[in-house]
Design a protein around this ligand. Structure first.
Ligand code: ATP
Length: 847
């Protein structure tokens, strides 16, 4: 967030309008109203970013207020500079300037091109346009035919004026000429206040596009492919005016109204924006074309400066106060500025590719497959290096052999020379002796590392003394003495100067040279983490590790699959168990329901018996006895049933155990009831016969009235008894049915219980298996991690090997070089010898 920069500029007073009353004083960055004798008027003092007095030049205003914005525009930031103030306060003078005092637009244009010249790493394309807002209509000042243009907005271009001519420009002069041509089309008019009063707001716009010059940096899309597009608006507003003062009428009046209206809209926008982000609410940018065009500059994405021009005359005090208040509010506005970059398709593509690669890397970063591929790649590289090394070794061997042959040849030649007494120099003998002595005592020789066999032109072939070939020596280097003056690593050997320096002296013993560095930086040094590890062995290890990894991965996958299966099975069993539980609950409900039905039957039975008993008037009568006995039996039966069902409800086991007993009880009670009924019926029949006889006698005496009543009562009783019997039979049937139902329930329950137990066991065993699988999985994961660690170590080791091979290659190249130089030395010496010798050496020797 960046605050708008606000400055106030006081125009020089017009001499005839100067007053003797109050005046504006400028001190530092403050402007305040004072009385003539110098006392400040309270409450009329304003501070701004800059306050320029009447002596200030346009150049200084530009320097302090505008330059930064212009430079920022070159770097891709939007910028807006506008002059605001009452009519004739000096806005146009500030923006456009005069011949002797160039204005901000002029200075900015020149500065932009100068600045561009200084930016060497970017290419620029500049377009300019010039428009005016006259009577709320947009006209193109660079193309008079473009009138009443419309404002549009889209995502790509933001807010823009459609149809406005944009000229591509290459230099400041071209721009200034365009401005000049545009000025001709601008609306000026004479008012009481200003002989050349701007009757329109003008906006000079520069669009600066830039693109980084190609630096061949494929990854840096921001610097090369992104295009920066910044828009710089330099605005000269028409001045607010009081119609009374300007004396405007007709066209001027109409213009004045439009000017004031749009400036009011600008003031409203500024007011709203100055309220702060939270309170501001809707910003009425659309109230005028001016505010719409300046929208990005007001609270948007642009660096903005406002120059508020004021007229110092006393007569304009109120307008000046208005301008200063406007400026004070504008000071509170903050903009959100950022570089405007547009990514080209290529840049976008590049960015997306990079992102995809990055994501892929992240995704695969920890994946075993990637590691495997890496290992494979490394293995291939290693094989390649091994082949190269072998090739080098072979070449070296060949070289050594050919050198040996040459040496042999040379020695033969020397012998022949000696035999023919062609060389008799004592120096030569001495050197030969020294050579021999050196061959015999290399240690002694090594102690004198700077030893140079002065004058011994054949001193260097001492290496012949080394009995073994290079390869053999390399395999035996562990037994070699640690006395060499040679460097500790191939990297030192590779150093050309070091090598040459060495070559002048002790280097004569080439085998020592070959051996020593190899010993010091051997590919598998004795102090290596895996002592004695050869390349083949390492390769085998890699294969082994790879196989292990494959096995572990397979095992892991298998376990994972089993684990998933078991989880599914477990879920299925859990579902079944819950279904069975539901069923068990339903079954458990049956005894309760039976119990309830028995209780209701009992109630009904008791009600019935009590009703029947109420018919019996005689307590001791057989009917009463029968009923009482029936009631007892029934109650006992129902109580037994109730107990039976309660027990069933409490627990199935006890219920099933007592079932037979209860059935027997029930049976016994039924038989008891039957026998009681039979006994009673028999005794009743006997009594009846007796009574019939008695009644017959008495009937003879008293008539048949009473006998008829008794017969009716008996019949009634018999009917009741039959009903009870029927009821009893029904109950018995119901009981049988219930018993059957209970039996069936019991069986079903038993089977369910068995099933449940079995499922429980299954579940437990599954749980056990799952936990075992989890443990195995953890173990396997652990093993996998270890294997991966091993692989990583292997990869690191391999890298070390590669490095050594490289060093070896470099050393070998150096050695080859030295051999060549040695060979040429030898050749020249031979030539020399030949020249000294009257008998010429065989031709083939030199060649
Ligand atoms: N700082 C200044 N130094 C010298 N002369 C100035 C200065 N400012 C303004 N003037 C002169 O004052 C007169 C009015 O200035 P100018 O036309 O720039 O005012 P303006 O604010 O653009 O008015 P309008 O809004 O009517 O166009 C001009 O003659 C101009 O040369």
């Amino acid at each position: 967030m960046e605050k708008i920069c606000v400055a106030v500029r006081v125009r020089p007073a017009v001499p005839q309008e100067s007053s003797s009353g109050i005046f504006w004083r400028v001190e530092d960055n403050r402007v305040s109203l004072h009385r003539q004798h110098g006392t400040p008027i309270s409450g009329v003092s304003y501070a701004f970013d800059h306050v320029f007095d009447e002596t200030c030049s346009n150049a200084r205003v530009y320097e302090l207020l505008t330059k930064d914005i212009i430079h920022a525009a070159v770097e891709g930031f939007n910028g807006t500079v506008f002059a605001y103030g009452q009519t004739s306060s000096g806005k146009t003078f500030t923006m456009n300037g005069s011949a002797t005092n160039p204005g901000i637009i002029n200075l900015a244009v020149k500065d932009i091109f100068e600045k561009i010249q200084m930016v060497s790493d970017r290419e620029f394309l500049i377009r300019v346009s010039y428009m005016e807002l006259y009577n709320e209509e947009i006209n193109d000042l660079l193309a008079v035919e473009n009138q009443k243009l419309q404002i549009h907005e889209n995502l790509e271009r933001g807010i823009f004026v459609a149809g406005l001519r944009e000229e591509i420009v290459n230099n400041a002069e071209q721009v200034l000429k365009l401005i000049e041509s545009g000025e001709v089309n601008r609306h000026f008019g004479e008012t009481n206040m200003n002989v050349r009063s701007s009757r329109s707001h003008t906006i000079f716009r520069m669009v600066i596009e830039s693109k980084g010059k190609d630096t061949n940096s494929s990854n840096d899309y921001s610097s090369t492919d992104a295009i920066r597009v910044s828009v710089l608006n330099l605005v000269d507003l028409a001045g607010s005016e009081r119609i009374a003062k300007t004396g405007a009428d007709g066209v001027r009046l109409k213009e004045g109204k439009h000017i004031n209206k749009s400036l009011m809209a600008l003031g409203n926008v500024i007011n709203k924006l100055s309220d702060g982000a939270k309170q501001r609410g809707h910003i009425p940018y659309r109230d005028s074309k001016l505010t719409r065009i300046l929208q990005p500059a007001l609270g948007g994405n642009a660096k903005t400066s406002i120059i508020c021009t004021i007229a110092p005359e006393e007569v304009h005090v109120e307008e000046t106060k208005g301008t200063l208040q406007f400026a004070s509010r504008a000071k509170r506005i903050t903009n959100c500025v950022q570089v405007n970059e547009i990514l080209t398709d290529a840049a976008l593509l590049k960015r997306q590719k990079l992102e995809i690669e990055e994501l892929r890397r992240k995704l695969q970063g920890s994946h075993a497959e990637v590691l495997e591929q890496e290992i494979l790649k490394l293995r291939n590289d290693m094989l390649k290096y091994e082949l190269e090394r072998e090739k080098l070794e072979t070449e070296l061997e060949e070289e050594r052999r050919s050198r040996k042959e040459r040496d042999e040849c040379f020695r033969e030649q020397q012998m022949r020379i000696q035999n023919h007494n062609l060389v008799t120099s004592s120096d030569s003998d001495k050197c030969s002796e020294e050579r021999d002595s050196r061959r015999q005592s290399p240690k002694e020789e090594s102690n004198n590392s700077n030893y140079i066999c002065q004058g011994d032109v054949f001193g260097t072939p001492c290496f012949k003394a080394a009995p073994n070939a290079f390869v053999v020596k390399r395999s035996n280097y562990s037994g070699l003495p640690d006395y060499s003056p040679l460097p500790d690593s191939f990297s030192n050997v590779a150093d050309e100067d070091t090598w040459l320096k060495m070559n002048k002296g002790y280097i004569a013993d080439l085998d020592s040279l070959q051996m020593t560095p190899a010993r010091k930086v051997q590919s598998f040094p004795p102090n290596d983490a895996t002592p004695g590890c050869s390349n083949g062995k390492c390769r085998e290890e890699v294969q082994k590790l790879k196989r292990q990894l494959e096995l572990v991965t397979e095992e892991k996958d298998e376990l994972q699959r089993k684990y998933t299966e078991q989880i599914q099975l477990n879920e299925q069993l859990t579902g079944e168990i819950s279904e069975l539980r539901q069923e068990a609950l339903v079954i458990q409900e049956i005894p309760r329901r039976l119990c309830e039905s028995v209780a209701s039957c009992k109630d009904f039975y008791e009600d019935l018996l009590s009703t029947v008993q109420s018919f019996s008037t005689e307590v001791d009568s057989s009917t009463a006895k029968l009923l009482s006995s029936t009631s007892e039996i029934g109650s006992s039966l129902f109580s037994t049933l109730e107990t039976h069902f309660s027990m069933a409800m409490d627990g199935y086991k006890s219920f099933s155990g007592n079932d037979l007993l209860i059935q027997e009880q029930c049976k016994g009670l039924c038989e008891q009831l039957k026998s009681t009924v039979t006994a009673l019926v028999l005794s009743e029949t006997a009594n009846d016969n007796k009574q019939v006889k008695n009644l017959q006698c008495s009937c003879d005496n008293k008539g048949c009235t009473q006998g008829g009543e008794t017969t009716c009562w008996k019949e009634e009783l018999s009917n009741e008894l039959n009903t009870i019997k029927e009821k009893y039979d029904e109950l018995e049937k119901e009981l049988d049915l219930n018993n059957k139902l209970l039996d069936a329930s019991k069986e079903r329950y038993d089977s369910l219980e068995l099933e449940y137990q079995r499922l429980k066991e299954d579940r437990d065993s599954l749980h056990k298996k799952v936990s075992e699988s989890s443990q195995t999985l953890a173990l396997v994961t652990n093993q996998k991690e270890n294997v991966l660690k091993d692989l990583n170590a292997e990869v690191r080791k391999r890298k070390g090997l590669e490095e050594e091979i490289k060093q070896f290659g470099v050393a070998f190249a150096c050695r080859q070089k030295s051999l060549v130089s040695f060979h040429s030395d030898l050749k020249s010496k031979l030539e020399k010898l030949r020249a000294q010798s009257p008998i010429s050496a065989p031709k083939s020797l030199g060649e």
